[in-house]
Design a protein around this ligand. Structure first.
Ligand code: NAD
Ligand code: TDX
Length: 341
């Protein structure tokens, strides 16, 4: 059945991949991207779908109540999927405030709109970081949906606050919500401030590869398309009021990721430079995806060995996309973050 879906944050990494997935799979759905185009939002990413008559782009902030209400009045959406967020942990350590505004207050505005105008499903895209971290010497431990919230950074605290609000709106106002908590994504259109695209871009430019601390921190990597497919399943078949963890049991140490990138690009490991560690750096993330597998039949399809090759090839084929980004304001960011590290 035809649906209208508002996708917030759709000019960013995962949101744009989700829009591509949905427009391709559901040719009768109307998809509206609501994005205020922060430094992380990129309209050029959405160019391939701009002329699609089932797609509309709206440049507004999720924190702007009037703009959000107006959009709900215009579009009468069936579903909203909230990707819009400040998403970079390092930036949250330098400047937490915007994380609170966007990630918490913005989420509340969207849910108020859902209450006021009605909605079939309000889906919150959350993160495994709300569970805090796991020790390196306990490989038997994983995050389940019942793992207590225990955050480390202003970023993860803001995401956890949003999750709590979403669940409160469900219990208090009966809002039909779902939440997904995914592990680290990688793939096309990943902003080059994050580990994998930053290392690819630096390696291609023969610049140092800044590994925090000793590079032993572990992340659980998932190809972005697999995340998008999981959200697609949850918004159509997930149980209202439920949280679903998403992850593919693909734990890797940062240093090993960087070495793989060097190898794939034929660059020397001597580019690797160990720099001062991130403050409060989480040691290990590891998702137990049993619930989404058992209830919705979801399983990741892309193996890391294939996904990282595809991703690197995408960055080689789309140099203009990331070179434009790193030639602008990004230079100041890079100096501030890595200059004296
Ligand atoms: P991103 O930083 O690439 O994109 C965020 C997008 O949100 C940008 O297009 C930006 O312009 C937009 N945005 C920011 N503030 C906004 C506002 N006030 N109003 C409207 N739009 C706004 O982020 P991403 O990596 O694509 O992450 C998307 C979501 O997924 C986030 O909620 C993040 O917490 C979550 N998540 C990310 C990962 C990951 O590995 N990247 C993993 C798990 C969960
Ligand atoms: O230059 C770097 N050097 C480095 O060693 C960068 C940018 C990162 N790192 C390390 C820090 C982390 O241990 O690599 C790991 C991954 O870092 P990020 O790419 O910044 O991701 P992370 O902090 O794990 O958070 C990501 O996954 C969960 C996303 O950015 C979040 O939005 C998501 O919620």
């Amino acid at each position: 059945m035809k649906k209208t879906i508002i996708v917030t944050g759709g000019a960013g990494f995962i949101g744009s991949n989700f829009i591509f997935h949905m427009l391709k799979k559901y040719t009768d759905y109307r998809i509206i991207c609501l994005d205020c185009l922060t430094y992380a939002g990129n309209l050029s990413t959405l160019m391939p779908v701009m002329d699609n008559t089932n797609f509309r782009f709206v440049k507004e902030s999720i924190t702007d109540r009037d703009a959000v209400y107006k959009l709900f009045e215009e579009e009468n959406p069936d579903i909203i999927v909230n990707f819009a967020a400040e998403s970079h942990v390092d930036r949250s350590i330098h400047n937490p405030e915007v994380f609170l505004d966007t990630n918490i207050k913005g989420t509340a505005v969207l849910m108020d709109a859902c209450r006021k105008y009605g909605i079939q499903r309000c889906h919150q895209v959350s993160t495994d970081e709300v569970y805090g971290d796991l020790p390196l010497d306990r490989p038997d431990l994983f995050f389940t949906e019942d793992t207590p919230i225990h955050t480390s950074s202003p970023y993860s605290s803001s995401k956890a606050s949003a999750d709590l609000l979403v669940l409160a709106y469900h219990r208090t106002y009966n809002l039909p919500v779902t939440i997904s908590r995914c592990s680290n994504n990688y793939g096309p259109y990943h902003f080059p401030e994050k580990l994998i695209p930053l290392m690819i871009a630096n390696a291609l430019n023969d610049r140092p590869l800044p590994v925090y601390g000793e590079g032993l921190n572990v992340r659980d990597w998932l190809y972005v398309e697999d995340h998008c497919k999981a959200i697609d399943l949850i918004i159509h078949q997930g149980r209202i009021g439920e949280v679903y963890n998403i992850g593919g049991h693909n734990e890797m140490r940062n240093i090993d990721i960087v070495k793989i990138i060097c190898k794939e690009l034929g660059k020397p490991e001597s580019l690797i430079t160990y720099v001062t560690d991130r403050k409060g750096h989480d040691m290990r993330y590891a998702i137990d995806p049993t619930k989404i597998h058992n209830e919705l039949g979801w399983l990741p399809e892309t193996k890391f060995a294939d996904g990282i090759k595809k991703t690197i090839q995408w960055y080689l084929d789309n140099k203009e996309w990331w070179e434009t980004i790193i030639s602008g304001e990004y230079q100041n960011y890079y100096k501030k973050m890595y200059g004296n590290r």
